[in-house]
Design a protein around this ligand. Structure first.
Ligand SMILES: Cc1cc2nc3c(=O)[nH]c(=O)nc-3n(C[C@H](O)[C@H](O)[C@H](O)COP(=O)(O)OP(=O)(O)OC[C@H]3O[C@@H](n4cnc5c(N)ncnc54)[C@H](O)[C@@H]3O)c2cc1C
Length: 309
């Protein structure tokens, strides 16, 4: 018999899924450690308004819901570590989580590492992040007050961010590689804005500026016309990438990197659960993340109790 692990349950990811899992597991009496590399909340920080979470008919800002969920998890007894997990291994009995300061052990692990906003992949994108380029209108709109800016992405996320930015900036050029494909009400609200110009079937090809973004080049995907547009801000919403690296080689992933789990969020590895945006088949809503987190916590508790006999 190896040594008793440091924690009964470790949770990787402190988005809405991980915080819910922590709350439910700690209230069930488990000794829970939760790791997040950014500070809890995950994608909640990008949401200006949540209107579709049951029980909150007047809505709530994502950046208010995150701290509230964190406080509730802490009150329940969850211990939080603001650190990144770099690796995950199983010795046949316990799980080992590798951090840059050492190894943490647990009987069971819930991976809720969610997704990250995708990058355009253009030269200069990383260097200009924070110097004209942003992935969060709620966080950064005020820096661009009365300026001419561009939003890339015609899905719900991009359109929502246009609605946040429009009252603050002077003008927005909205560029999308296809057509606008968000919810009809959001598309209509964006089309009604006087300071927004929409360019469909258009792709960004180049970023201009070294210390600060000065403009971009675009190409029309059908007629091949190119243009150079002078903008001081660029907000990018071109999809999400699953944070999947910890699971590679451990369990089957689909082509987008989402993990296959059963209805209790269990994977084929004993004591390893995956929940929230990261699991295959998730509808990627806060309501489903709460359900996934709660389910994984109950399943992990049953697994741990059966392991302990
Ligand atoms: C702009 C936008 C608007 C949205 N609006 C709505 C809405 O109105 N209503 C709705 O229901 N849903 C909405 N969603 C979807 C919803 O926000 C997500 O489904 C949900 O937040 C996902 O939660 P999660 O906990 O599964 O993942 P995430 O929120 O992605 O959290 C994952 C966490 O894991 C951490 N992490 C990742 N890797 C590691 C690692 N190796 N070590 C430590 N920590 C790690 C990250 O730092 C992050 O905090 C929106 C999403 C976006 C982007």
């Amino acid at each position: 018999m190896t040594e008793t692990p440091e924690f009964e349950l470790a949770i990787i990811g402190g988005g809405f899924t991980g915080l819910t899992a922590g709350l439910i597991a700690a209230r069930a009496g488990l000794n829970v450690k939760l790791f997040d590399r950014m500070g809890p909340g995950g994608q909640l920080i990008n949401i200006d308004r949540v209107d579709n979470y049951p029980g909150l008919p007047t809505g709530i800002a994502g950046y208010e819901l995150g701290p509230a969920a964190l406080e509730q998890a802490l009150d329940a007894g969850v211990k939080i570590d603001y650190g990144e997990i770099d690796g995950l291994t199983f010795d046949g009995e316990h799980w080992q989580l590798i951090t840059n300061t050492g190894v943490v052990t647990a009987y069971a692990v819930i991976v809720a590492t969610g997704s990250e906003l995708a990058k355009l992949g253009l030269d200069g994108e990383e260097e200009l992040h924070g110097s004209g380029i942003s992935y969060c209108a709620t966080c950064d709109a005020e820096f661009f007050r009365d300026q001419d800016i561009m939003v890339v992405g015609g899905g719900d996320s991009g359109l929502d961010e246009v609605l946040v930015l429009a009252p603050v900036v002077r003008s927005i050029t909205l560029v999308t590689r296809g057509e606008l494909d968000g919810a009809a009400t959001t598309v209509n609200a964006v089309r009604a804005l006087e300071n927004v110009t929409i360019h469909c079937n258009t792709t960004l090809t180049e970023l201009h500026g070294t210390a600060q973004l000065e403009g971009v080049s675009v190409i029309h995907r059908e007629n091949g016309e190119t243009a150079h547009l002078k903008v001081s801000g660029l907000f990018i919403y071109v999809g999400l990438n699953a944070n999947t690296s910890l699971l590679e080689g451990l369990i089957p992933l689909d082509t987008a990197g989402h993990a296959q789990v059963d209805i209790m969020m269990a994977t084929e590895q004993p004591g390893l659960f995956v929940a929230g945006d990261l699991r295959a088949g998730s509808v990627r809503l806060l309501a489903s993340c709460a359900g996934d987190g709660a389910t994984a916590a109950v399943a992990a508790e049953r697994y741990i109790r059966s392991t302990l006999g």
